[in-house]
Design a protein around this ligand. Structure first.
Ligand SMILES: Nc1ncnc2c1ncn2[C@@H]1O[C@H](COP(=O)(O)OP(=O)(O)OP(=O)(O)O)[C@@H](O)[C@H]1O
Length: 299
């Protein structure tokens, strides 16, 4: 089953163009949707999940017309929203059982089996009788995955799942995602580049409602090879470098500022070539798009 999005656009009543002619083809496996805050990721996820409507464009999931057959989508969809609220005074086992009833698993012993299996899979079985209010952020996210997996969905959407998780929990969550992404479409929406480079065979960069790039992370890195340059500068020199070069990122290291510049040719003295990372790809694509936007405003 493939998810095909074509020419999807959405403008909110206040005039914000959240999706601007988005087209994507998503195959089974983990797909990373990478973009800064406000890029339109949640709008896209909510539209695919049938929680909101688009102004124009089409989405198909196998033979399902997503925008016109929301009931069919909901039968095969698992969704972990950005803000996953839980009732603090019920236990994981109770709430999952409740969701299973809502999903239509009416046979009691079957439901019990499904719930237990999901609690095991998400490593929550030992804490299943604890109130959700006492769960850590990572435990809540894993519970979110457990509920999203009910009914064995073919398409799973997770919106910014690792924000706020500590490294151990994040790692555990990654392993869980990798496991569930083996045989179905999992769309991971995030602004954290390493979530995508760790997990996804396919990804897209989205900014201001537009798809800037889509493809394989390794290929995207390969295409940038020889075009990323590094230089140590003094903090107060940053703005002058930004005027002269395509500075795609700057960070502090041992009290000094390291900049990365995107350039096909050697930018000049003092720059050293570096192996690109997915983060360089991401910043370079966004930087290039912003430059085009600035130029068209000036023109
Ligand atoms: N209901 C709404 N009404 C008006 N504007 C909205 C609405 N929802 C989102 N927006 C705006 O649309 C743009 C895209 O928002 P969206 O939430 O889809 O982005 P995002 O990439 O998911 O960002 P974030 O990670 O911050 O959620 C933003 O400018 C946002 O302020």
């Amino acid at each position: 089953m493939e998810l095909v999005i074509e020419h999807l656009s959405k403008t909110y009543p206040n005039g914000t163009k959240a999706l601007n002619d988005v087209s994507l083809r998503i195959e089974p496996g983990m797909f990373g949707l990478l973009g800064p805050n406000g890029a339109g990721k949640s709008s896209l996820m909510r539209t695919i999940s049938t929680l909101q409507e688009a102004d124009s464009g089409t989405i198909s999931l196998g033979d399902i017309d997503v925008l016109h057959q929301p009931e069919r989508v909901r039968q095969v969809l698992g969704y972990l929203p950005q803000e996953f609220g839980v009732y603090p005074k019920v236990t994981a086992a109770e709430l999952l059982e409740h969701f299973a009833v809502l999903k239509g698993i009416s046979n009691k012993s079957e439901r019990r089996q499904v719930v237990d299996a999901l609690l095991h899979q998400t490593n929550l079985y030992n804490v299943r009788n604890k109130n959700l209010g006492g769960y850590s952020g990572g435990m809540k996210q894993r519970f979110g995955i457990a509920q999203a997996l009910l009914g064995n969905p073919r398409l799973i959407i997770v919106d910014e799942p690792t924000a706020g998780l500590d490294p151990t929990e994040r790692n555990r969550f990654h392993n869980l995602l990798a496991e569930i992404g083996e045989d179905r479409i999992v769309i991971l929406s995030t602004h954290i580049v390493s979530d995508v480079s760790d997990l996804c065979r396919q990804f897209a960069i989205i900014n201001k409602g537009q798809v800037l790039y889509t493809g394989d992370p390794l290929q995207a890195i390969e295409e940038m090879r020889g075009q990323i340059w590094r230089r140590l500068i003094r903090k107060e020199e940053l703005s002058s470098y930004q005027e002269q070069f395509a500075v795609i990122s700057s960070r502090l290291f041992a009290g000094q500022t390291i900049i990365h510049v995107h350039s096909v040719a050697q930018p000049g003295n003092g720059f050293e070539g570096v192996e690109p990372t997915l983060e360089d790809v991401y910043f370079a694509r966004i930087h290039a798009a912003e430059q085009v936007a600035v130029k068209s405003v000036v023109a």
